[in-house]
Design a protein around this ligand. Structure first.
Ligand code: URA
Length: 336
């Protein structure tokens, strides 16, 4: 079995075990309210946890099968919704790091913790991939490790769409683009982007000479910056506008977040075929000189599908071929 197969099998086994373990009241209370198990046990025993019908839930081991979740109980008369999992999308602003804690900078997690009253299972949330300190845009969070593992694993080749402000036009994408460390980014699409179609979350400095939209199905460190450096350009502003079928709502303010159902979004996720996950693009690409307004606007429409995206796009994702959870690329530069 390949190492990926092994990890995948372990993740599946863990998920199965978790799914068999019926959640208990004390555990869910502890996770939801950020309490220790001892504290949540005490709450129950003291009769401070009450069901919707008014009955006190004194047994800390009271089972709450997944089919009954989410469920609302009252703790000291305050309604508390208990759930086993939670996902959200966040508009990560520039200047915060993708981390739980950091000594020097504010973190994307700090922004969630600031709104802890409205973020269930806060302590269990983990970011799906990373955005650089200076990158803005779509950051997904989930409490589910196996799901996070799947949607970030290169085998599933989930497309990530970025809008980019550049210091100068880029040179044509070679079919075998190789970065300075020998890695081969998987560029699914690259096209010029019109200013009006750029996501409002993209920072465009005055000195920017070109805008682009790029779709990658790999997720390497500083990948977009390194791709444009390899194409003789330089990234001045970078914003992730989509991850699979999930798009960053245009009206979502920096630092704000919104709940979404990641299971629905990635319901049709399959391992990519060899062709679609193969390294880099091997056909001619568009450079900034080959202006294509239609391609840039198609990209922007995917990013502007806004708040409804999280609930509506899962069905559209099923029609995709290489990765099932993807809007159509701005311009396909991968081999057919
Ligand atoms: N590529 C980058 O270079 N930076 C990011 O933050 C994301 C992708």
């Amino acid at each position: 079995m390949s190492s990926f197969g092994h990890v995948e099998a372990l993740a599946r086994r863990r998920a199965l075990l978790c799914s068999r373990a019926v959640p208990r009241l004390d555990r869910l209370l502890a996770r939801t309210l950020g309490l220790s198990r001892k504290q949540s046990t005490r709450l129950c025993r003291a009769g401070r946890v009450v069901a919707e019908d008014g009955a006190a839930l004194r047994d800390p081991a009271h089972p709450l099968p997944p089919s009954r979740l989410p469920i609302t109980v009252r703790v000291d008369a305050r309604p508390v919704t208990l759930r086993a999992r939670y996902h959200l999308l966040q508009h990560k602003p520039r200047g915060v790091v993708t981390a739980l804690r950091d000594r020097r900078h504010r973190t994307a997690f700090d922004l969630l913790a600031q709104a802890r009253e409205e973020v269930p299972l806060l302590r269990d949330l983990r970011a799906v991939g990373r955005l650089d300190l200076d990158t803005s845009g779509l950051l997904l969070w989930t409490t589910e490790g196996p799901l996070l593992h799947r949607i970030t694993h290169p085998r599933y080749a989930v497309p990530r769409v970025y809008h980019v402000a550049l210091a100068r036009p880029w040179s044509p994408l070679p079919p075998d683009l190789t970065l300075e460390d020998g890695s081969r980014p998987r560029v699914q699409a690259l096209a010029p982007l019109e200013r009006a179609a750029a996501h409002p979350a993209l920072h465009v400095p005055d000195e920017a000479a070109a805008l682009a939209t790029i779709t990658l199905t790999s997720g390497m460190f500083h990948e977009v910056r390194r791709v444009f450096a390899a194409l003789d350009s330089h990234v001045l502003g970078l914003c992730r506008v989509a991850y699979g079928s999930v798009t960053l709502p245009r009206e979502l303010a920096p630092g704000e977040h919104r709940e979404l159902d990641l299971h629905a979004e990635f319901a049709n996720l399959h391992p990519a075929s060899d062709e679609s996950s193969s390294s880099s693009a091997s056909k001619s690409s568009s450079s900034s000189s080959s202006s294509s307004s239609s391609s840039s606007s198609s990209s922007s429409s995917s990013s502007s599908s806004s708040s409804s995206s999280s609930s509506s796009s899962s069905s559209s994702s099923s029609s995709s071929s290489s990765s099932s959870a993807t809007p159509p690329p701005a311009q396909d530069v991968t081999p057919a």
